[in-house]
Design a protein around this ligand. Structure first.
Ligand SMILES: Nc1ncnc2c1ncn2[C@@H]1O[C@H](COP(=O)(O)OP(=O)(O)OP(=O)(O)O)[C@@H](O)[C@H]1O
Length: 328
């Protein structure tokens, strides 16, 4: 929190619906979540649960077919309604994003130094070329690369080095928030740990907020202070990272936490333990709890009642949307 108690980022009852030829797709539903300065918050869930859609609203990057309701508040201002000038200032300098797969995000025919320099030049056009070059060198060193790598093209770097370049780029304009969407998914486990270590170290050192999105709860458990687990567009569990991972309240969070520690078995890493089937198509959500068709603990009421995200009395800092958790 800031000294005034305002979080850096706050999703307030945020829902996102895509208009498609097949009808409305409710990709995100009623999400409340905050990130404070210096805090690392994780968003977990299987593919299609709405993680990236939620993240896209922070910089108003959602496609025009998406309708956002609720409020996405960054440093006290609603990103979804702010004027274009304020939005331009927000992107890179207020909040920046690190996406999955640096190979696709970086321009293959431009040296990486020039790519890191671009947002700096955009936001501080008065800086001299030499000053920008020196800032780029410093940024590369901050992410553990020699400054001379600025002259490399993306294909001359390893996957881990490219992802470090993406982190350097995200830091270039001194943002207060970094949003990292599956930043290390394409990397092998060792390199993944190194890159995540760099990211976390910098966030803590610079007192930047980090919203980290991943399907891998074990990765989030290592880095994050808090984790929100999403299913079918909703947050279904939220609490301190170690608790959500080691002692999950919701049966879906339990399945996610049980699936990922199996290093070296890539197929198993992505399948939540003991769960049959796939998450529902958001356009055809089941009645009641969206998770009930896959839930090992389902009982009759689950087919008709959609549980609210609530604070169980015995675990004040945690909440879960399950009829088995807390008073019904
Ligand atoms: N532009 C779009 N138009 C229509 N539906 C979309 C669009 N983008 C995403 N969706 C749908 O919204 C839902 C949420 O997708 P989203 O990409 O946010 O999930 P995710 O959890 O980030 O998954 P992944 O990890 O695979 O990116 C999915 O059902 C997806 O098919």
């Amino acid at each position: 929190m800031s000294p005034t108690g305002t979080p850096l980022l706050a999703f307030e009852d945020v829902s996102v619906t895509y208009r498609t030829s097949g009808g409305e797709v409710p990709a995100v539903r009623d999400v409340d979540l905050t990130v404070a300065s210096g805090e690392v918050v994780g968003v977990a869930g299987e593919s299609g649960c709405g993680k990236s859609t939620l993240a896209s609203t922070i910089l108003r990057l959602q496609p025009p077919t998406a309708k956002v309701t609720g409020r996405v508040i960054f440093e006290g201002e609603d990103v979804q309604t702010m004027k274009w000038g304020a939005l331009r200032a927000l992107r890179w300098a207020g909040a920046s994003m690190v996406f999955q797969g640096a190979l696709h995000s970086l321009n293959p025919v431009q040296r990486v130094g020039a790519q890191i320099a671009e947002p700096i030049e955009l936001h501080q056009p008065s800086l001299t070329e030499a000053r920008v070059r020196s800032m780029v060198g410093d940024l590369l060193e901050q992410v553990g690369l020699p400054a001379a790598r600025a002259r490399a093209y993306p294909h001359q770097l390893s996957g881990g080095q490219r992802q470090r370049v993406m982190i350097a780029m995200a830091l270039a304009c001194g943002p207060r928030l970094i949003v990292a969407d599956e930043p290390t998914t394409a990397l092998d486990v060792m390199v993944q740990a190194q890159v995540l270590g760099v990211l976390e170290g910098l966030v803590r050192e610079l007192d930047v907020g980090l919203l980290m999105i991943s399907h891998d709860l074990s990765v989030l458990a290592e880095l994050c202070d808090r984790i929100a687990v999403m299913y079918a567009g909703r947050v279904i569990e939220h609490g301190p990272a170690d608790k959500v991972f080691s002692d999950p309240l919701h049966p879906y969070a339990a399945a996610l936490s049980a699936s990922f520690p199996r290093i070296g078995d890539p197929a198993a890493r992505y399948a939540p333990a003991g769960l049959a089937g796939d998450p529902p198509d958001p356009a055809e959500l089941p009645a009641g709890c969206s998770f009930h068709p896959r839930c090992p603990k389902r009982f009759d009421q689950c087919d008709t009642v959609e549980p609210e995200l609530r604070w169980p009395a015995e675990t004040r800092s945690r909440e879960a949307a399950c009829l088995l958790v807390g008073p019904s």
